[in-house]
Write a protein that binds this ligand. Sequence first.
Ligand SMILES: C[S@@+](CC[C@H](N)C(=O)[O-])C[C@H]1O[C@@H](n2cnc3c(N)ncnc32)[C@H](O)[C@@H]1O
Length: 187
Amino acid sequence: MGLKDNIHKRETEKMSEKSFKMMTFTFKIVDFIFRYIDKRVRKFGIVEGMTIVDYGCGPGRYTIRFAKLVGQSGKVYAVDIHELAIEAVKSKMEKLKFGNIIPLLVTGYKSDIPNNVADMVCAIDMFFIIKQPTEFLKELKRITKKEGILIIDDGHQSRSETKEKILNSEVWEIIEETRDHLKCRPR
Ligand SMILES: C[S@@+](CC[C@H](N)C(=O)[O-])C[C@H]1O[C@@H](n2cnc3c(N)ncnc32)[C@H](O)[C@@H]1O
């Protein structure tokens, strides 16, 4: 049974502690072998001073790259539904002495992030897990500046499924597509 089937069988989007730890361990091995994250992130268009939201940050592998790129004049909200994700991000912040990351635990699709603050929201390898995509995409739009950008990818779903969910939400316009992600602007 694939990851996607497991997710659809779960009542909640929150995975068990055991699954989260397994995922973190797998990421460590994958990142050590393939080292693709920096190359991927370079295509997002991040510049110093930006406010970025890493929505579904997991153990923070993208969060720390974002924090380096935005520098001390920028900030990164690291948002997740899992306590272990927030703990992992906090421990990376302490180890790397990053003061520009704000870890945020959320329940449902409502975060404490103010309206229209994000220059960029990144939802990497997580949109396929979301059971109510329109509600979720509306929340992402709420926190994004009018001229801000959403970077979202397919994860374990097809590109056509990702696009259909975005278009059905009627709140985002797809402005660019690459093999790895879609770039969207608020409508
Ligand atoms: C497969 S991991 C990817 C983590 C990270 N984006 C990366 O690529 O390394 C998916 C993450 O999304 C989180 N997640 C799932 N549903 C969520 C929700 N409704 N709100 C916030 N985070 C969520 C999970 O807890 C998990 O940490």
